[in-house]
Ligand binder design. Structure first.
Ligand SMILES: NC(=O)C1=CN([C@@H]2O[C@H](COP(=O)(O)OP(=O)(O)OC[C@H]3O[C@@H](n4cnc5c(N)ncnc54)[C@H](OP(=O)(O)O)[C@@H]3O)[C@@H](O)[C@H]2O)C=CC1
Ligand SMILES: Nc1c(N[C@@H]2O[C@H](COP(=O)(O)O)[C@@H](O)[C@H]2O)[nH]c(=O)[nH]c1=O
Length: 354
């Protein structure tokens, strides 16, 4: 088969991967082609707890004759997994389907899911790695970085005015953003494993920090509520309504993320306030941002971001539009939502992801 047919197939897999959402799991796409390079089936991973891309593509392929399966190639953007998590091992599913060849773009090193390629080879499947690897690393560059750092993937929520303020001079901040923005913010809350806020926000707002629908009803899946800081939280605080919360008496974002990782938390939402957001940004511990911008000025009040130690323009914390999870820029009621991710950096021990 011509190499350009495989490259074209892998490009389709990369595009499919972008239909998913990142967080606990990376974005992954898969395409099954026949010996002439025609696409037989496609799949992608839709987010934590849903089938992996390979399993999705195999389901769509359905049963095919054994010789056709042997002639087929699975093109997948990440090494097929080798473990039973919330779904079964993809390497075994590919073996069971009788697929003759697997080409994957990026290795899945250093995770409990690694070893899929070895398992496939041991079962006689022809395996190749590296096709469009740079694109595949770029797609999940922050997810790989988070995993290498043994910490959860982090999403920053920032709901601010046009002049970058998250509360007025008198401390009022509910609500800066529109009901549509709040609805979106609650969807994100329902996606994550934990929400982190500082003691300042708890003492100022007494937030509930649960994930609710537009009628105020809690979703089935609720994040754990984490408060960072030393000050005592009042016994009657709204977020302490049930046991699914914890105070971590630390000012060190890396230590807090390490603790959460050890507790099995894979995706964290940083909600605020200003001091907490600044601390995570200063340490390059923000993997994506949902920036909700309301069309109002306050002229005074709490700035969303404090001192990041940036003295000159060249040292600015640089982000780019994130094409994942819908349009990078959306209108939500009267607000603008911008989805951003950090500019990629070279990953230690890997090919460049930029
Ligand atoms: N518009 C929006 O989306 C949001 C707005 N807000 C608003 O933000 C305001 C609160 O912001 P802010 O006062 O900064 O409060 P924060 O919620 O950021 O909490 C700050 C406190 O957290 C503790 N802390 C833990 N780690 C650190 C660290 N690395 N650096 C500094 N402090 C740390 C300290 O408390 P300790 O002394 O206890 O250790 C500190 O006083 C409120 O007005 C609230 O309404 C808040 C969230 C979202
Ligand atoms: N003010 C503000 C936000 N503030 C965040 O919402 C928290 C209140 O959560 P809850 O009590 O669960 O409704 C508050 O403490 C802060 O973390 N969020 C936004 O999307 N838009 C806004 O304008």
């Amino acid at each position: 088969m011509q190499a350009d047919r495989r490259i074209a197939g892998m490009r389709v897999a990369l595009e499919l991967a972008k239909r998913g959402v990142r967080g606990a799991n990376p974005l992954v796409g898969a395409v099954i082609i026949d010996s002439s390079g025609s696409i037989l089936a496609t799949g992608y991973h839709r987010g934590a707890g849903t089938p992996h891309a390979e399993a999705d593509a195999l389901t769509r392929l359905g049963p095919i004759p054994a010789d056709a399966a042997r002639e087929a190639t699975m093109l997948v953007t990440l090494e097929p997994c080798n473990h039973v998590g919330r779904t079964g091992p993809c390497a075994q599913a590919i073996i069971d389907a009788g697929i003759g060849k697997v080409v994957y773009a990026a290795k899945d090193e250093g995770s409990e899911a690694a070893g899929g390629a070895a398992r496939l080879r041991a079962a006689g499947v022809n395996v190749e790695q590296g096709l469009l690897e740079t694109d595949a690393l770029d797609l999940n560059h922050r997810w790989f970085l988070a995993r290498a750092g043994k910490r959860p993937f982090t999403t920053l929520h920032l709901a601010q005015t046009l002049d970058g303020r998250i509360a007025a001079a008198d401390g009022t901040s509910q609500w800066i953003t529109s009901p549509d923005s709040l609805r979106h913010a609650h969807q994100i809350r329902s996606r994550v494993d934990a929400i982190v806020v500082g003691t300042g926000t708890v003492l100022a707002d007494d937030p509930r920090l649960n994930a609710r629908d537009e009628h105020g009803r809690p979703f089935d899946r609720q994040p754990r509520r984490i408060v960072m800081g030393e000050r005592e939280i009042p016994a009657g605080a709204a977020l302490a309504a049930d046991a699914n919360w914890e105070q971590i008496r630390s000012h060190d974002p890396r230590m807090v993320l390490g603790r959460l990782h050890e507790a099995g938390i894979s995706h964290v939402l940083i909600e605020g306030g200003s001091s907490i957001i600044t601390a995570f940004l200063a340490e390059d511990l923000v993997d994506e941002i949902y920036l909700y911008q309301a069309p109002i000025f306050l002229g005074a009040g709490r700035q969303s971001i404090g001192d990041l130690g940036v003295g000159t323009l060249g040292d600015a914390r640089a982000f780019r539009l994130d094409p994942i999870d819908g349009e990078s820029v959306q209108i939500l009621g009267t607000d603008t939502l911008t989805h951003l991710e950090p500019i990629p950096v070279r990953l230690p021990g890997r090919s460049t992801a930029s």
